[in-house]
Design a protein around this ligand. Structure first.
Ligand code: AGP
Length: 613
C-alpha cells in the first residue's frame, strides 16, 4: 500500500525523490522519508504529518548536503506500527550505512526480529520492515556485496514486498526486489529508477520494465541487471506505457475526483472503441481466451473488492439475463479462504481498477490453482492481475488518482456488460438484432452521462440542502442495488458520514427500524420494471419521517409524490442505468464532502491501492 521510489545516477537525486513522492501520496501518506547515499555516508530524513507528510519531508530536506549518488524514498500507509516518525521509512541497520524501504508485509517478522535481536541487533521501530535492514547487515558483515546480501536475506523472508536498499559502502548501486507488491524499473541514459507506480518516474525515465515476483534487480547509473532468488539471471519485460504526465495532473479542476467524474463520457467512449466488428461480432483485441473456451463456460464467478465489486454485481444481472449463465459474485478476500468450488467450465473474472489489489490477485491465483480459466478486467496496463490472468480486458479509464473510484466504475460496468454480450453471442442466447440494439444503447450511454454532468449544480443544490444530515440509507432494486451500494460507498469514503446500501426489498427485514426524522434515504428509481416497488419502499420510509432523495428519470412525474428531492437523469436502457445513475450520486457525495471541508482526493485512513491483506 505504500509508495516507493529510487534513483541512481541522477544529478537531481533529492528533487527526483521528492517529486516522485508527491505523485505517490495517493498510495499512503501516514509518513514519508528519504535516504540519500554518497561514499561512506547515508543521510536520512523522515516526517509523519498525516496528509502533509511529503510537504513536511520537503522542509526537512532543506538541510540536506549535496553530492549524493543514489537515493530511495517512501510514503507509508501504516500496517505494523503507529504512523509516527520512528516508524517511517527508510529504516537503517545498526551501522547506519544500509537503508531500506519496503511496501508489503513481512509475515515472519517477529521470528526474524527475535533472532536478530539475540545476535545483538538494535531495533528502533515497531515495523515489520526493519528486520530487512538488519538481515541485510548480517550478510554485508560477512563480506557479500549488496545484491547477494539482499538475495540471501530474501530466502528467509515470508510475505509480500517491494523493497529497495542502498548502502553507503556501494553508493552507486540500489538493489530492489519484489514479491506480490508492485515494482517497476525505469531507465534513461546515465540514470536508473525504480518505483511502485509508473507515474512517480514517468517524466524521468524513458523506458520502463516490470519486475516479477521473486526477482531482484541491481540498479546502477548505466542500467540494471536482474536475477531470481536462486541467483540466475532474468530478463525484465519492457512495458508499453502510453500515459503522459498531463494525465496525472488535475486538468484545471480543483481536485482529481472532479476531474475524473468529468472524464466519464470520454472513458466510456474509449472503453467501447473498436469493440464491435462490421459483422456484429463483439471483440476484445487483448482477449487471450478463445471463443471455444468461452463457449465451454458453464459457470461464472466474479471476484473483486470495493467499487470493483459493485461493478461485478452489475455484471451478474447482465450475464445471467443475456447469456443465461449462472453467476456468482464474491468479495475477493472471502473467496480465497472459503475453499471455493471450481468445476470444469468455471470462468473466474477478477475485476480491479489498479490490478494490484492483493485480495483480488490472491483470489484469482486461488481460482487458477484450482483449475479455473481467469479473465482480468483491469484498468492499469501490465498490472499484476493483468499479467497473471489467462486473458485481460482493459477498461481504458486512464490513470485514476482520487482514492474514491469514479470513472473506473463506469468503465468496468461497460467492459463487463460487453463481455456479457459476447457470451450471449457465442451461446446464441440473444438474437443478433437484440445484441445490435443493446450495443447501440450502450454506445449512447456516454452522451447520457455527459447530460448528467451538465446538471451538476442541481445535484449539488440537493447536497447543500441536506448539509446537516449524518445518516444515509441508499436503496435500489435489480441493477439499482449495486448502484445504491456504490452511492453509499462514495458518500462514506469522502464525507466520513454513516451510509449503507440495501436492496429495496430488504428494508422491511430490519433496517426500517433505524428510519426516523433526520435520516436521509436515497433511492435509485430509474428502472420502470421496479418503479412501483421502489415507490412503495419510499412511502414506507417517508411515513417514518425520513427525508427522501430519488434518482429518477426525466419525465417521471410520479416520483414527486414520495421524494423531497429528485436527482434527474436521462432515460437509459435498464441494464445500463448504473453508469448514468451513479453520476448524480458521485456528485452528491462530492458536494457533501466539500461542504464538510473534507479532502476528497485523500480521505483519511484509505489508500488508492490496497496491496496488503
Ligand atoms: C473505491 O472508491 C475504493 N477506494 C475501493 O473500494 C476500491 O474500489 C477497492 O480497493 C478496489 O480497488 P481496485 O479496483 O484497484 O482493485
Amino acid at each position: 500500500m505504500c509508495g516507493i521510489i529510487g534513483v541512481v545516477g541522477s544529478p537531481t537525486t533529492l528533487e527526483t525523490l521528492l517529486e516522485g513522492l508527491e505523485r505517490l501520496e495517493y498510495r499512503g501518506y501516514d509518513s514519508a522519508g528519504v535516504a540519500l547515499v554518497k561514499a561512506g555516508q547515508t543521510w536520512r530524513a523522515r516526517a509523519a504529518s498525516g496528509t502533509e507528510s511529503v510537504a513536511a519531508l520537503r522542509q526537512e530536506c532543506a538541510a540536506a548536503p549535496g553530492g549524493f549518488q543514489s537515493g530511495i524514498g517512501h510514503t507509508r500507509w501504516a500496517t505494523h506500527g503507529a504512523p509516527i516518525t520512528t516508524n517511517a521509512h527508510p529504516h537503517l541497520d545498526c551501522s547506519g550505512n544500509v537503508a531500506i524501504i519496503h511496501n508489503g508485509i513481512i509475515e515472519n517478522h517477529r521470528d526474524l526480529h527475535d533472532e536478530l535481536e539475540a545476535k545483538g541487533h538494535h531495533f528502533t521501530s515497531s515495523t515489520d520492515s526493519e528486520v530487512l535492514a538488519h538481515l541485510i547487515e548480517e550478510w554485508r558483515a560477512q563480506g557479500l556485496e549488496l545484491l547477494e546480501s539482499v538475495r540471501q536475506s530474501l530466502l528467509v523472508v515470508r510475505g509480500a514486498f517491494a523493497l529497495a536498499v542502498v548502502d553507503a559502502q556501494e553508493p552507486d548501486v540500489i538493489v530492489a526486489a519484489r514479491r506480490i507488491s508492485p515494482l517497476v524499473v525505469g531507465t534513461t541514459p546515465g540514470a536508473t529508477y525504480l518505483a511502485s507506480d509508473v507515474p512517480a518516474i514517468l517524466d524521468r525515465a524513458q523506458a520502463f520494465y516490470a519486475v516479477n515476483d521473486d526477482e531482484i534487480v541491481r540498479l546502477a547509473p548505466e542500467g540494471f541487471r536482474a536475477i531470481d532468488l536462486e541467483g540466475a539471471p532474468v530478463r525484465l519485460r519492457q512495458l508499453a506505457i502510453d500515459w503522459d504526465l498531463e494525465t496525472a495532473e488535475k486538468g484545471g479542476y480543483d481536485d482529481f475526483m472532479t476531474k475524473e467524474i468529468n472524464e466519464q463520457p470520454d472513458v466510456l467512449r474509449a472503453t467501447l472503441l473498436d469493440r464491435r466488428r462490421n459483422d456484429g461480432t463483439i471483440t476484445f483485441d487483448e482477449m487471450g481466451v478463445s471463443d471455444d473456451e468461452l463457449r465451454a463456460v458453464t459457470r461464472v464467478v466474479l471476484v473483486a473488492a470495493g467499487t470493483s465489486h459493485h461493478a461485478a454485481q452489475v455484471a451478474k444481472y447482465a450475464i445471467e439475463r443475456w447469456a443465461r449463465l449462472s453467476v456468482e459474485v464474491d468479495i475477493a478476500s472471502e473467496y480465497r479462504y472459503r475453499d471455493p468450488i471450481v468445476e470444469v467450465g468455471t470462468l473466474v473474472i477478477g475485476v480491479s481498477q489498479s490490478g494490484e489489489t492483493i485480495d483480488t490477485i490472491q483470489a484469482t491465483r486461488e481460482a487458477k490453482r484450482r483449475g479455473a480459466r481467469v479473465i482480468a478486467v483491469a484498468n492499469v496496463v501490465d498490472s499484476s492481475l493483468a499479467r497473471e490472468a489467462d486473458a485481460v480486458i482493459y477498461t481504458r479509464a486512464g490513470l485514476e488518482v482520487s482514492v474514491a473510484s469514479t470513472k473506473a466504475f463506469v468503465a468496468q460496468v461497460a467492459a463487463l456488460e460487453l463481455l456479457a454480450l459476447r457470451l450471449a453471442q457465442l451461446r446464441q442466447t440473444l438474437e443478433p438484432a437484440e445484441i445490435a440494439a443493446l450495443f447501440t444503447s450502450l454506445n449512447a450511454v456516454g452522451e447520457k452521462v455527459a447530460t448528467t454532468l451538465t446538471r451538476r449544480d442541481q445535484y449539488e443544490a440537493v447536497a447543500h440542502a441536506l448539509g446537516g444530515a449524518r445518516d444515509f440509507f441508499f436503496l435500489g432494486r435489480h441493477v439499482g442495488f449495486p448502484t445504491a451500494l456504490e452511492g453509499a460507498l462514495k458518500l462514506k469514503e469522502v464525507t466520513y458520514l454513516h451510509a449503507e446500501g440495501y436492496p429495496g426489498g430488504e428494508l422491511k427485514h430490519g433496517p426500517l427500524a433505524l428510519i426516523e426524522p433526520g435520516v436521509v434515504v436515497v433511492a435509485v428509481a430509474t428502472d420502470p420494471a421496479m418503479h412501483d416497488k421502489i415507490l412503495s419502499n419510499l412511502a414506507e420510509v417517508k411515513a417514518r419521517g425520513a427525508s427522501v432523495v430519488a434518482v429518477a428519470t426525466d419525465g417521471d412525474e410520479t416520483i414527486g409524490a414520495v421524494a423531497d428531492f429528485v436527482l434527474r437523469v436521462p432515460a437509459t436502457e435498464p441494464m445500463f442505468t448504473p453508469m448514468v445513475d451513479v453520476v448524480p450520486l458521485q456528485i452528491f457525495a462530492y458536494a457533501m464532502a466539500r461542504g464538510l471541508g473534507r479532502n476528497v482526493d485523500r480521505p483519511r485512513n484509505l489508500a488508492k491501492t490496497v496491496t496488503v491483506e
